[in-house]
Design a protein around this ligand. Structure first.
Ligand SMILES: [Cu+2]
Length: 139
C-alpha cells in the first residue's frame, strides 16, 4: 500500500513536467513564425520623418540607407515613414529616366520594384530635389 501511494505523486509530477516542456516548444515555434512574417512585410529602405525638409531634418540620409546593394530578382521595397508625400523615381532630379516611378507615396505607403539587369540605379524624389539614393544590383 505504502509503495503505491508513493508512486502516484511521482507519476503526476512526470506528467506535469512533460506537459510543461511541450508548451514551451509550442511557444517558441509560434514566435519564430511571427518573426518571419515581420521580416517579409518590412521595408528595406525607409523615407524618414521630416525628409521633406532640406537636408532631411535631423537625418544624415533622405532614404535610409541611401545606398543599398541587392541581388537580381530580389525586389527592393521602400516605405514612406514621413507625414508628407514623397516619391521613389528612377534617374536624377535634372535627368529623370522612365525605369520606375512610385508616384506620390502617402504616409506609410510602400513601393516595391524588381530590377532585371545588374548595374547602378540612382533615384530621387520628384517633390524634394535634395532627396536622392542609389541601388546597386548584383547577379
Ligand atoms: Cu520627398
Amino acid at each position: 500500500m505504502n509503495k503505491k501511494i508513493a508512486i502516484i505523486p511521482i507519476v503526476v509530477i512526470i506528467v506535469i513536467i512533460g506537459a510543461a516542456s511541450q508548451m514551451n516548444i509550442e511557444e517558441s515555434q509560434t514566435e519564430a513564425v511571427e518573426i518571419e512574417n515581420v521580416e517579409k512585410t518590412e521595408a528595406l529602405i525607409t523615407i524618414p520623418v521630416k525628409a521633406a525638409r532640406p537636408a532631411c531634418g535631423p537625418h544624415p540620409e533622405c532614404y535610409i540607407p541611401s545606398y543599398y546593394i541587392t541581388k537580381l530578382d530580389e525586389p527592393v521595397t521602400w516605405k514612406n515613414e514621413d507625414s508628407a508625400f514623397h516619391s521613389v523615381t528612377s534617374g536624377k532630379y535634372e535627368s529623370p529616366n522612365e525605369l520606375f516611378d512610385s508616384g506620390h507615396l502617402d504616409p506609410y505607403e510602400i513601393f516595391s520594384y524588381k530590377f532585371e539587369e545588374p548595374g547602378m540605379y540612382p533615384y530621387y524624389c520628384t517633390l524634394h530635389p535634395w532627396m536622392a539614393g542609389q541601388i546597386k544590383v548584383e547577379r
